[in-house]
Design a protein around this ligand. Sequence first.
Ligand code: FES
Length: 145
Amino acid sequence: MKEQSTDPTRRGFLDVFIGICSAIMGAFVAIPGLMYLWPAAKGGAGEEVEVKGAKNLSAGESNILQVKGKAVLVVRTNSGFEAYSAICPHLGCLVKWEGVKREFLCPCHAAVFDSKGQVLSGPSPGPLSPYKVKEVGEKVFVSAV
Ligand code: FES
């Protein structure tokens, strides 16, 4: 017959130690799961990203940046700035701004979008998503709509 340990100090220590280890392991599993379920918590719902060098762009030129991890094209127009998702709604390739034609072009399957992101031709099932642009003095900020 095996004798059980009756030392209350050792048993108490092991119970607390196992409890702490379980809590830490649970946190390692739960925190990434919660971050996945609430992605807005990562960057904030109204995250504004400054467009570096925006005021140096001439009308018809563009700049690309990331807003909440998504590629966004900012285009300087004659009247200000506009921003659209740089991700093609067809299969997710990065679109390019063709300043001379004033169109967005997807190099993967030749979808073409006008300067407002609307589909002109090609297989895209929808337009490019617009982003909000805010000008504050010499700075330009882009955020999700
Ligand atoms: S991914 Fe852009 S047209 Fe197919």
